[in-house]
Design a protein around this ligand. Structure first.
Ligand code: SF4
Length: 186
């Protein structure tokens, strides 16, 4: 399994402090896969790594997925990486799913105001295109995560909020096909 994650047999003789961050992440992945699971929860697997190492680890995860027939639940904040690795994406806000969709559809047609704000914040490398694109800046504060609010969790920051949004919690409902969003104004 160490070989499958790109490490050699000498790894077994080393102490933890002798490994780089990327090597430690590979060891963590080998530990997770050594029991041959069907499903792996990857909780922020690349957030602490250099960008160059991030790409290596993600490519390795994709290869392992193909070889071992794995399903990943990949938790991440880097939207470019999420787009690269995901087949289906759930956007969460304050502990609730705001929107869930096949990956391509979500990036092309985000329906929930929070998803739209998130996607508008992705840096655009082309300066001309970046100037033409309007970034949505959210106002207000996130809700207390432990408070049980009656309405939409995003209501305190949403520019489309209506009185109904503060009274009722929107259910996840179809936008199109497998694309669902929890918003009254979608
Ligand atoms: S339900 Fe209302 S507050 Fe919630 S995201 Fe939709 S428009 Fe905004």
């Amino acid at each position: 399994m160490l070989q499958r994650v790109g490490l050699d047999a000498e790894t077994l003789e080393k102490y933890p402090h002798e490994f780089s961050g990327g090597q430690r992440q590979r060891i963590g992945i080998a530990r997770a896969l050594v029991t041959h699971p069907d499903f792996v929860l990857c909780d922020e697997p690349i957030s602490a790594l250099d960008v160059s190492i991030q790409a290596q680890v993600v490519n390795m995860l994709e290869d392992l997925q193909q070889d071992m027939g794995l399903t990943y639940l990949f938790v991440a904040h880097d939207l470019s990486m999420v787009r690269h690795i995901s087949h289906r994406i759930a956007v969460m806000y304050a502990g609730h799913i705001a929107e869930i969709s096949p990956a391509k559809e979500l990036y092309r047609h985000p329906a929930h105001p929070y998803t739209q704000a998130l996607l508008s914040a992705i840096p655009i490398p082309n300066p001309q295109r970046a100037r033409q694109t309007q970034r949505i800046r959210l106002q207000g504060d996130p809700p207390d995560p432990v408070a049980e609010l009656p309405g939409c969790p995003f209501a305190s920051r949403c520019s489309r909020c209506t009185p109904r949004c503060t009274r009722e919690r929107p259910a996840l409902e179809p936008v199109s096909g497998q694309h669902l969003a929890a918003c009254f104004e979608k």
